[in-house]
Design a protein around this ligand. Structure first.
Ligand code: ARG
Length: 588
């Protein structure tokens, strides 16, 4: 369905043209004075200069053209030359009824492209901690927004699964279990298929190893040598690496699944390694890379940069590849496998310099075509209520699992306080609401901004929170259920008509903005747009609900229309929370 703004704008463009003015003046926007009107057109103001005429005269001409138009309930020119518009109730009803009748609620699919969303960014052998929360939930939402718009989207976790951390794990394992065949240079048999550690052991091995590296030169040297041997394909170390991968991936999959975050691709830095040697040779051969203090670098600075950009190092003096090398090689692999029309990275904003460098090298060397956008969504830090990066009570890094269970626990207490439901159901529901509280608390902020993770505020059932939104959905579900239980037929797409209440009209008006909001959230890759919208819908619905006694409405036609309006509201809210990867319980 056409967006209302487009419908209005095209009517206005015609009117301006018919009056002998430039049609470009006919742009209509949502009113910034909702107390006066719903939409407005300010084209006459701009026209005044063009035609050397008082703006009000132009506005009057246009209004005269449009005054009998069925789209409007009222349209008036006001000083100094604004045009205020109120839509006709019939048109609003037609619009929302059509939405209700459409599987996509009136939001048309766009011309599809292939998109890769690189998010998550977990590292093997390490548990997910709170720092992994933002990339997971923002990335998941961006992926869903693109998919809903019609694109073919691949979410890629892009694991940190190569390099020194692996050498550290292997060396720490050697210290703990020197008798393992992987460490016997004379071993000639098949290496065991069972991993020599559990996930819990692995999660202890890694930090111990990386800790030793910082204080023990000898250990560090061993870890570096082992990493180098691994990178040259050493059989024993490759076998251990595969064990690390399997054990760690299984655990990461479980944890992401708990967050309702699902990746299409479980690729990682290791997958890009085979592309590196040819890539480097090519950079050198074509003169993009040159030696600098023993390292190989690509200059990326441009004369118009505000701050001079350091060159991108693609090979260290000891021959080792770096983070940037691996991201560039990953782009080569992605081009080959998916030829994406857009690659989006959801990564901590402190990595901005890295991505600026990588994007510039990718563009200038032609790894990625000129017209393929590479977008970096750099998210801000999640702070505690003290304004400092979020930590456990004793100052440590908090595991994601812990955070989720703390929040569910908080919700659980609230639910049990005043409801008589079984403990089991309360647990189940708290988990759903807890996740919604966390995700909504995060996504309702613009991604680039830092925000305060405030458990008390996020789990509140009032205000702009996940629980409030879910509560609204559950309320609608329960009304619809009661209505059906009274023997009424519940239509999935019934007509919506006008019964003249102000709150009814406001709710409908908010609903008509659905496809504008969907399009904007796609264009800006902005989940916070979706959040702001759901909050508006929820508020409009709750006002409507409090002002109308829907269940006891005696006029059956009115009741039916209201029920249809509720059905549409529910569909819109459910679609929106799905874009945020939030679920709603049946009751709460
Ligand atoms: N594993 C990285 C880290 O922990 C994040 C990966 C982000 N994605 C990328 N393509 N570099 O910092």
């Amino acid at each position: 369905m056409k967006k209302i703004l487009d419908v209005l704008t095209s009517e206005f463009e015609n009117a301006f043209e018919k009056c002998g003015y430039d049609k470009k003046l006919g742009k209509v926007g949502i009113s910034n004075r909702p107390d006066l009107c719903e939409y407005q057109c300010n084209g006459a103001m701009a026209g005044a200069k063009l035609y050397k005429k008082a703006p009000i005269m132009i506005a009057n001409d246009v209004v005269e053209q449009l005054k009998d138009n069925k789209l409007f309930d009222s349209i008036e020119a006001v000083m100094p030359g604004f045009i205020n518009i109120k839509l006709s109730a019939d048109y609003i009803d037609e619009y929302v009824s059509n939405m209700n009748d459409d599987e996509r609620l009136g939001y048309e699919k766009k011309e599809p492209i292939t998109v890769i969303v690189d998010y998550g960014g977990a590292n093997v052998a390490k548990p997910l901690h709170v720092g992994h929360l933002r990339p997971a939930i923002i990335g998941e939402s961006v992926k869903r927004i693109c998919r809903y718009a019609g694109d073919t989207v691949y979410g890629d976790v892009h694991l940190g699964d190569w390099g020194l951390p692996i050498g550290q794990v292997i060396e720490e394992l050697r210290d703990r279990q020197p008798e393992l065949p992987y460490f016997d240079e004379n071993f000639t048999g098949e290496y065991p298929t069972e991993p020599p550690f559990s996930i819990n052991e692995l999660e202890d091995i890694y930090p111990t190893g990386s800790g030793k590296c910082k204080v023990d030169e000898e250990f560090k040297k061993r870890a570096q040598d082992t990493t180098a041997k691994l990178q040259q394909g050493n059989k024993a170390y490759m076998a251990l690496w595969r064990h690390i991968m399997n054990v760690s991936k299984a655990d990461l999959k479980k944890n992401y699944k708990n967050l309702n975050v699902e990746f299409d691709l479980w690729k990682g830095e290791s997958d890009a390694q085979p592309y590196i040697p040819d890539m480097i040779d090519d950079f050198v051969a074509r003169g993009f890379a040159h030696e600098s203090q023993g390292a190989l670098v690509v200059d990326v600075a441009r004369p118009d940069d505000k701050k001079e950009l350091p060159p991108c190092i693609v090979r260290k003096h000891d021959g080792a590849a770096l983070y940037a090398t691996s991201d560039l090689a990953t782009l080569i692999e992605r081009e080959k496998d998916y030829h994406p029309g857009h690659v989006i990275y959801v990564v901590d904003k402190r990595q901005e310099l890295h991505f600026t460098q990588v994007f510039r090298v990718a563009k200038m060397t032609g790894i990625v075509g000129e017209d393929t956008p590479l977008t970096f969504i750099g998210f801000g830090t999640m702070n505690g209520t003290d304004g400092k990066p979020f930590k456990t009570r004793d100052g440590g890094v908090m595991r994601l699992e812990m955070l989720i269970s703390d929040v569910s626990e908080k919700v659980y207490e609230k639910i049990l306080e005043n409801r008589d439901i079984s403990e089991e159901e309360a647990r189940e529901i708290s988990k759903i609401i807890g996740l919604a509280a966390i995700k909504y608390g995060d996504l309702s902020n613009q991604a680039t901004k830092d925000y305060v993770f405030d458990i008390d505020r996020f789990t509140s059932f009032e205000g702009n929170t996940g629980p409030y939104i879910l509560y609204t959905i559950v309320r609608i579900k329960s009304i619809l259920k009661k209505y059906a239980e009274q023997g009424n037929e519940l239509s999935a797409n019934g007509k919506i008509v006008d019964f003249g209440s102000e709150s009814e009209r406001s709710l409908k008006l908010v609903l008509t903005q659905f496809n504008d909001v969907m399009e904007a959230s796609y264009n800006e890759l902005a989940p916070h747009r979706v959040c702001a919208y759901i909050y508006e819908v929820a508020n409009a619905f709750n006002r409507f609900y409090h002002e109308n006694n829907i269940m006891n409405e005696e006029n059956a036609d009115k009741q039916k229309s209201y029920i249809n309006l509720l059905t549409l509201t529910k569909k819109v809210l459910e679609q929106c929370i799905d874009l945020l990867a939030i679920d709603a319980p049946e009751r709460m």
